[in-house]
Design a protein around this ligand. Structure first.
Ligand code: ADP
Length: 325
């Protein structure tokens, strides 16, 4: 540790990684230094906080990372931290390293951990980072746009081969319990049907009928986007085979959706949210979540943020149905 008298900020990434987290780390380091702090990187999320994997970051230690996916600080899920003793030890480590504030980049599980640290007197500032866009307090989460573009590219490629045969392709996409990736990629990829966790599934009505109606209107290839959160991809494939007479190909996109160089939107949003997270701490607006609301980057008290709910747009669901005709 340095002998500096400056105030100190720590930064960690936690939960699932997302493209754009590096932009946020870079922004926290540079904004922290700009506002007069020493900034410390904590490796492996809350596990690294407990283990004291905490080291100084400099303007140059975040050079050449804005274009990289993943997180240079690495991330983890820490069952050890997720206990009252773990939170106590995390707060002790933060005090031992004399951290005056901690920036947590992750999903709402990570924010709950941050709230627990806040209750132990550690000032925190949270940044929403997940490809799933499933954090209620914000319109947008870092990584979502990159994942959408990755899925869009995959659908385009699968479509090329589906187009060459009479073929049905089911593409299973990520999103945990939310259908944001599925719905938006169904619209962007021109899918015939989209299966979302937010909508009770009737396979005959939602999948078989659009395929048969589409065939009667002259379509000869069909793209079905299924959110992983529904958990019915195999059943949908079996029903299509039995009722339409086409054996669908099933592509489970999996972890390719998490990686890749972040898009402009994720770089810019990650950067602006990183600056905002530091400014909130610096101005004494502690224990807040940075959120995007109607194009504005704002701070919301963490308890309020965690209590919020958001639902997928019924209008966009209707639009995707209209567009699939
Ligand atoms: P995400 O942040 O992407 O939602 P997780 O839900 O896996 O990911 O949370 C990441 C980590 O945050 C967990 O491994 C745990 O250490 C911590 N965490 C999650 N929920 C809580 C909680 N209720 N209290 C304290 N820590 C939590």
């Amino acid at each position: 540790m340095t002998a500096s008298n400056k105030k100190r900020i720590g930064v960690l990434t936690s939960g699932g990684d997302a493209p754009g987290m590096n932009a946020a780390i870079r922004a926290v380091v540079r904004a922290g230094i700009y506002y007069g702090y020493d900034v410390f990187g904590i490796e492996n999320g809350y596990s690294g906080l407990l283990a004291g994997d905490i080291s100084p970051m400099t303007l140059r230690s975040v050079s050449e990372i804005i274009n990289r996916g993943g997180t240079i600080l690495k991330t983890s899920r820490s069952p050890e931290f997720n206990t009252p003793e773990g939170v106590n030890r995390g707060a002790e480590m933060a005090r031992l390293f004399k951290l005056d504030g901690l920036v947590v980049i992750g999903g709402d599980g990570s924010f709950r951990g941050a709230r627990d640290l806040a209750k132990k007197g550690i000032p925190v500032s949270c940044i929403p980072g997940t490809i799933d866009n499933d954090i209620s307090c914000t319109d947008y989460t870092i990584g979502y746009d990159t994942a959408l573009n990755t899925v869009k590219d995959a659908i385009d490629r699968i479509k090329d081969t589906a187009y060459s045969h009479e073929r049905c392709s089911i593409i299973e996409v990520m999103g945990r319990g939310a259908g944001y990736i599925a719905l938006n990629c169904a619209i962007a990829g021109g899918a015939e049907a989209c299966v979302l966790p937010e909508k009770p599934l009737d396979i005959d009505e939602d999948v078989i009928k659009p395929i048969i109606d589409g065939r009667n209107r002259g379509k000869d290839h069909f793209i079905i986007v299924a959110a992983e959160g529904v958990g019915k991809t195999d059943e949908i494939a079996a029903e299509i085979k039995a009722k339409v007479g086409i054996t669908p190909t099933v592509s489970i996109l999996g972890y390719i959706q998490r990686g890749g160089s972040p898009t402009v939107r994720d770089r810019v949003t990650g950067s602006l949210m990183g600056v905002k997270a530091v400014e909130l701490l610096h101005s004494g607006n502690i224990n807040q979540v940075v959120a995007s609301h109607s194009g504005q980057i704002i701070g919301l008290p963490i308890d309020e943020a965690l209590a919020m709910t958001k639902t997928i747009s019924e209008y966009e669901i209707l639009a995707s149905t209209i567009l699939s005709l």
